[in-house]
Design a protein around this ligand. Structure first.
Ligand SMILES: [Zn+2]
Length: 441
């Protein structure tokens, strides 16, 4: 609990300090522990209880709990002195519009939806830290002197649980949400548009594009987020600035063999897709653990250079998370095995080289085992680089905040890659992005 207080405070002070670099006089040394620590932490716990499920946290796009969470966030925004509204997709906005500010706004935010059985800090931390920081700017009167408007956005859907389509809220604001998304159905058959109408939001294919922000009206987007991984804890660092967000490819791989009786088909006569899949999965692990052993000059069109190999080795992660067999019986050699592959790295060219090598290995293994293999690419997203200018502001703000709070000089704030996708990925289509991450344990 004590560490939660410290972390929220570091985040909020960092945001406030970053926002206040837009001020001429900067933020003074007061840490505002009541607003930035006590109230912020209490709100994190309060929001963590707003759930559609009993006993665990679940808030999907525009579910009853999501609506309650959005309303709660809106009251906190109003308490912080922000002008609020909900847009045509259910994103909740709160804005400070200083009297003499330029047109370009600094956007802060994160998502209010969750995965099923989520941790309460995911998304909520970014939203609550930003609101708390802006409250400090308002109660101290500093917001009047801001050179730019500052806006917090609580995005309605980042996780994509309900409609299997991620970043609904931020993609709409960035102008990269296809209009066809409105017709995607959830498991009960309700489309995105149906669900919006249920909540009295009339968004159509014609007016969806009005949600897009004008790039000229935005200064940049900053998101703070929990790390969702073990790296910071393992090296004993309190927080990091995000260098970039990994690009990602999702693949479905189908292996077809010859279905047969477990007792009557001799081992020498089998075309077993299960063992072929097992060999493919182990090969994938070797490839992703040591890409430099496999990829030198044999990338697609020889594109893979020394830089790719270095950045690949440092950032590549590959996962098989889902596997299904047919007919899935203990006494039957399967006829078909299907599994998913999730490949992520900061290096987009390197990712293509890995997929090219994987495809070659697949052909070799499947030929040798006399099974047929089909690789389908289901999703591709390129890596996002965070803006060097925003990151250096975040770095110095975080450094100063930690020093003021703890008296400790941690040296340089580390810079890490994020393997998890965040709204910053979608927002990067609109504006430059910056991000801070912190492990909460
Ligand atoms: Zn998240």
């Amino acid at each position: 609990m004590a560490s939660h207080y410290t972390i929220i405070l570091i985040f909020s002070v960092s945001i406030a300090a970053t926002a206040s670099t837009l001020l001429s006089d900067g933020l003074k040394n007061d840490l505002f522990p009541e607003i930035l620590r006590d109230v912020a932490v209490a709100r994190l716990y309060e929001l963590g209880k707003v759930s559609d499920a009993d006993g665990y946290l679940e808030r999907t796009f525009l579910s009853p709990a999501s609506i309650r969470a959005g309303n709660l966030i809106r009251t906190w925004m109003e308490d912080a002195g922000l002008t609020t509204w909900m847009d045509g997709l259910g994103n909740v906005h709160g804005r400070i519009q200083p009297p003499n500010a330029s047109k370009k706004a600094l956007l802060l935010g994160s998502h209010l939806d969750t995965v099923v059985d989520a941790g309460m800090f995911d998304g909520a931390l970014g939203i609550i830290s930003a609101i708390s920081a802006l409250k400090v700017l308002n109660v101290t009167g500093r917001s009047r002197n801001l050179k730019h408007p500052v806006e917090v956005i609580a995005f309605c859907d980042e996780e994509g649980v309900r409609f299997q389509s991620t970043f609904l809220g931020s993609a709409a604001i960035a102008g990269v949400l296809p209009v066809s998304t409105l017709q995607i159905p959830d498991k009960s058959g309700l489309t995105v548009q149906n669900v919006l109408r249920e909540n009295l939001i009339d968004t159509t294919e014609e007016n969806l594009s009005q949600l897009k922000y004008d790039a000229d009206s935005v200064l940049g987007y900053v998101e703070v987020h929990i790390e969702q991984g073990p790296v910071l804890e393992s090296v004993g660092l309190p927080l990091a600035v995000v260098k970039g967000i990994a690009g990602q490819t999702r693949i479905k791989l189908t292996v077809r063999g010859s279905q047969g009786h477990a007792g009557t088909v001799p081992m020498s006569m089998r075309q077993d897709p299960m063992v072929a899949a097992a060999e493919l999965i182990v090969s994938l692990e070797s490839l992703c653990k040591r890409p430099q052993d496999y990829i030198s000059s044999n990338g697609p069109d020889g594109q893979c250079n020394a830089f790719s190999i270095k950045s690949l080795s440092g950032s590549l992660v590959c996962t098989v998370g889902e596997i299904s067999t047919w007919p899935s019986a203990s006494n039957v050699i399967p006829g078909q095995v299907t599994f998913t592959i999730d490949i992520r790295t900061i290096d987009d060219i390197g990712r293509e080289a890995i997929i090219y090598e994987l495809s070659n290995q697949m052909d070799t293994i499947c030929d040798r085992r006399s099974v047929s293999c089909i690789m389908e690419r289901k999703h591709d997203a390129n890596a996002v680089s965070c803006d060097a200018g925003l990151n250096s502001q975040l770095k110095s703000a975080a450094y100063a905040a930690i020093k003021r709070m703890t008296g400790e000089d941690i040296g340089d704030v580390p810079v890490l890659m994020s393997g998890a996708g965040h709204d910053a990925m979608a927002m990067s289509h609109l504006t430059k992005v910056g991000s801070l991450i912190r492990l909460l344990s």
